[in-house]
Design a protein around this ligand. Sequence first.
Ligand SMILES: Cc1cc2nc3c(=O)[nH]c(=O)nc-3n(C[C@H](O)[C@H](O)[C@H](O)COP(=O)(O)O)c2cc1C
Length: 203
Amino acid sequence: MTTVATRTAGTAVELHPLLAERWSPRAFDREPVSDADVTALLEAARWAPSANNYQPWRFLVGRAGVDGSDATYKGLFDALAEFNQVWASAAPVLIAAIVEVEHEDGSAREIAPYELGLAVAQLTVEASARGLHAHQMGGFDAGQIAVEFGVPAQYRAVVVLAVGRLGDPAALPAWAAERESAPRERKPLSDIAFSGTWGAAAA
Ligand SMILES: Cc1cc2nc3c(=O)[nH]c(=O)nc-3n(C[C@H](O)[C@H](O)[C@H](O)COP(=O)(O)O)c2cc1C
């Protein structure tokens, strides 16, 4: 098996391994994720901060095993774009991250997607701590999920996450297998962190 064990980020100073070693694989192993691990991921999300402790995040959790998948997994999987279905089919867990974008009075809650992002970030770090990987996908049909699961109108699915342990890249289509070992890249710090004036590097 040609599993890639780690794809550590290149950083100017050493980061905590939970962050440096997080990445988004496409090669997943069908080995089930334990109930305790799934609960921990959701607890990590639940304990994220939000303005006024509003907690606008909601999750739909689907499980799959060697014997097949539950109805939630099937519904989430069917909503994925084909370019995600080709690799996400091996992931034992799919989680839709959903946000409440309206107050009770119908006014927009602009900050809510930011808060959902914080919750999902916590979920991904907890996944790393448990030897799991989470790959977020924006490529899916949120309307299809809304209809399939009866999601109320004030909620919107933002990402679906594939979660599990690393699998064998050889099982992937060639384009996806190549990405499993491609260099991980980011903009330099000097392009994103400024001090004094816009564009002047902070570090
Ligand atoms: C909001 C969001 C949407 C994404 N959508 C997809 C997607 O539809 N399909 C996919 O393969 N990866 C998707 N990704 C994964 C990104 O491509 C990946 O995080 C990015 O290339 C950085 O790679 P890394 O996570 O391995 O560091 C998404 C990530 C985020 C945060």
